[in-house]
Design a protein around this ligand. Structure first.
Ligand code: HAM
Length: 428
């Protein structure tokens, strides 16, 4: 009987050694940005109580309705693989009493997230996000600064023609009335809408606004817009955010249909895209907004919040399409070759001496032929080959061979570290 090969689950991928450099580069850029804007790193568990997302993200959202990987533990707890990072950050804020810290609290994270989605370009079931969140500050300046941070990150990673789409979806003051208007409008046209939107009218009418079906789009085009029904506070807040974006020279488009797929948002919501063929293939690079009720909703005090996250694989896709040149780690200048059992034993010990002295060294301990080892040293671009032959091992000596000039000399084994340090210094 032939056994089938076991592969990664659908929509999940190994991050192979050759791809690590992209993740590292993105992590480095985020770290630099976090340091500049004073964000502290936080990592929350991959698994959380299911209720955190059903309450935080919203029962009637696609994420909670359809996309969560959930499980029941042997002890009977219901857990979910985290589909997003904001609700966990809000949970951590409450759990660790962060309201007692000087406000605002600025946090960032970088890790894997999970959504049971139909895999396609830029959409996976396990994907990485980098997120930045500011908790404990209501000012619209924060909304603008969050957008600026993401814009900076994408620019540093060489994304081009970035477009910011922005909208305000109001708050508990003004949104209920707008929802009523929208539902009335949609109800009288329900026959023309897709079945999903017909259902959404009841459970989450705002989501009808970002349906991509053509027949729904025609109805949406005539729908009342929330921007015309904001309360004074939301109107002022949005106006100020836009003024700050103007001041910063950030290019934005008002998109009255942008509502985002998570229920915790209040006031500002935004998404950033790359306006290019590749950008269109993968969708939004990142998105976020303000969530002034989330912490209270999860049982904490009234604490405002604003943040965003971006999809790491989507950015990597663009980097690869552009042939981004990333710095490869430099190869050691020293190669240690050995010949014979005794030499191999001494070589193993010598490698540890090099490590303790912080001198990178490569070797090919699995090879016995000197010729083969020197060939590898050449291929790796090593400047010096250290050759520990049978004779040398017996006499506690080692040959240092300059691979460029072919010159070589023999030194005492106990002196080799010092000799190599001198040679490396001259190369600088
Ligand atoms: P989101 O829009 O659901 O927001 O996700 C943010 C970004 O993660 C998306 O723009 C996209 O680049 C990436 N992403 C989402 N789903 C997938 C997927 N299945 N495969 C690959 N990439 C994906 C949030 O998650 C919010 N927590 C953002 C936020 C932070 N809002 C406030 N603070």
């Amino acid at each position: 009987m032939r056994r089938s090969k076991i592969q990664t689950p659908t929509g999940m991928h190994d991050i192979l050694p050759e791809d690590q450099k992209y993740y590292q580069k993105i992590l480095d850029v985020c770290q630099k940005m976090a340091d500049f804007y004073h964000f502290k790193r936080i990592e929350t568990p991959i698994l959380e109580n299911l209720e955190l997302f059903s309450r935080g993200v919203g029962l009637a959202t696609d994420i909670v309705e359809k996309q969560m990987f959930t499980l029941r533990t042997k002890g009977g707890d219901y857990l979910a693989l985290r589909p997003e990072g904001t609700a966990p950050i809000a949970r951590a804020f409450i759990q660790h009493g962060f309201q007692n810290l000087p406000q605002p609290v600025k946090l960032w994270y970088f890790g894997p997230f999970f959504r049971y989605e139909h895999p396609q370009a830029g959409r996976f079931r396990q994907f990485w996000q980098a997120g930045f969140e500011v908790l404990g500050e209501k000012s619209p300046a924060i909304d603008a600064q969050i957008i600026q941070i993401f814009y900076n990150i994408f620019q540093e990673l060489k994304a081009k023609n970035l477009v910011i789409e922005i909208n305000s979806i109001g708050d508990s003051q003004c949104r209920p009335y707008y929802k009523k208007l929208l539902v009335n409008y949609l109800k009288s046209r329900a026959m023309v809408l897709c079945s999903n939107c017909r259902r959404r009218i009841k459970v989450n009418p705002l989501r009808v606004l970002d349906c991509k079906e053509e027949k729904c789009q025609r109805i949406i085009a005539g729908a009342p817009q929330i921007i015309d029904h904001l309360c004074q506070e939301c109107k002022n807040h949005f106006k100020e955010v836009l003024e700050f974006l103007d001041e910063l020279g950030l290019p934005y488009h008002l998109n009255p249909y942008l509502v985002r797929g998570l229920d915790y948002y209040t006031k500002t919501v935004f998404e950033i895209f790359e306006d290019s063929k590749e950008g269109k293939e993968i969708g939004a690079l990142g998105g976020g907004g303000r969530y002034d009720n989330l912490i209270k909703f999860l049982g904490g005090k009234e604490v405002a919040g604003c943040g965003a996250a971006f999809g790491v694989e989507r950015v990597i896709y663009l980097m690869k399409q552009r042939g981004a040149r990333l710095k490869e780690p430099s190869l050691p200048k020293i190669f240690l070759a050995q010949l014979g059992r005794l030499a191999k034993r001494k070589a193993l010990r010598l490698i540890e001496e090099f490590r303790k002295n912080k001198i990178p060294v490569s070797e090919s301990l699995s090879r016995d032929s000197l010729k083969a080892q020197l060939k590898i040293a050449d291929r790796l671009g090593a400047r010096y080959a250290l050759i520990l032959g049978q004779q040398e091992a017996l006499k506690e000596e080692i040959i240092i061979r300059d691979m460029e000039t072919g010159k070589q000399k023999t030194v005492k084994l106990e002196k080799v570290i010092k000799e190599v340090q001198k040679l490396l210094k001259k190369l600088k």
